[in-house]
Design a binder for this molecule. Sequence first.
Ligand code: NAD
Ligand code: UFG
Length: 339
Amino acid sequence: MKNIFITGGLGYIGSHTCVVLLEAGFQVSIIDNLCNSNPGVLDRIECITGVRPVFYRGDIRDRPLLDDIFSKQSFDAVIHFAGLKAVGESVEKPVDYYDNNVNGSLSLFIAMKKVKLQTLVFSSSATVYGDPHSLPITEDFPCSATNPYGGSKLMVENILSDLAVAEPGWSIGRLRYFNPVGAHAGGLIGEDPKGVPNNLMPYIAQVASGRRNKLQVFGGDYPTPDGSGVRDYIHVMDLAEGHLAALRYCQINNGLLTVNLGTGQGISVIQMIETFERVTGQKVAFEIVGRRPGDIAQCWTDPTLAKQLLGWSAGRSIEDMCTDAWRWQDLNPSGYDEG
Ligand code: NAD
Ligand code: UFG
């Protein structure tokens, strides 16, 4: 198992995973349509690892392109990150989300079937648990979708479980990520949202850098210790290493793997702001405002299954997440757009 095809490999989680795989001795080829990423990421990956991945600029919904790539190069496994991921946008543009995330995935699976490429790791999300009935969340909790983005993830999960039953030669990992934050410790790659960030950590980092005035804390009246929302933040490098562990698992186990990737620790928005200020020495101005529609109060995983099956657990601390997010922001104030 040496040659890995990575969809969406120039994006936030994909780029960090490419670095981890290259450093572990894998060969990596990336397809990305650049709808939410920058080609400069390739230079950064090369700078960190000394290896430039093969890159195909294209869309996973382009079947002839996938057939062409798979006819020229032979792969041992696919890691499938490509997709749209903004919850709010998915409510406004459901058809775009289902088209990209579901049709894109189907196009990929059809092309894989054609060349009998049957090892796949898929980016799913803790969003498939909806509003969990209790905590921590284990993999056997009921799934539901509260928005089209979550619906698209759940549809692809269902396609994959049906595929695993129908064709037992497949080896499929469905990885349900909790909240990825932080950046590679070298400060060369990180999260580079286009426009106003939707997610907490990039927003905090942009307030600290002076690019934005003030963070709005969405909700101060949740049934949590300080009233702000609680999440299971996981360092993106831990998450990337989780993919390596999942790949190794899928190499020797056929069938369907479904596993949560998180730390098992819930942290509130206020705690995150305080930790960021403490470890970086930067002030983060904030105000508490009303709840964001669709948000849940709290969410964290039970990390036991990942440890048992993959021998993996997240080791980096909240302090590491803040330090590394800030280093990335400070060294790249405009993200990958240098100017
Ligand atoms: P990202 O937007 O940074 O990366 C996705 C990449 O896929 C981008 O480079 C984009 O240009 C590319 N892409 C999108 N549609 C494509 C298509 N049709 N063809 C080719 N390339 C395409 O997002 P990310 O944070 O790295 O997330 C990666 C995956 O993990 C996504 O599937 C996302 O839904 C899932 N996920 C992310 C989070 C999170 O908080 N970041 C949480 C849970 C799950
Ligand atoms: N928050 C703020 N202010 C902001 C942004 C976020 O207070 O400007 C709060 C939210 O209300 C929430 C917490 O910070 O309490 C985390 O919010 P994020 O938007 O960073 O993350 P979510 O938990 O809402 O969702 C993320 C991804 C989803 C994914 C989910 C579970 O955006 O795609 O994690 O993995 F499904």
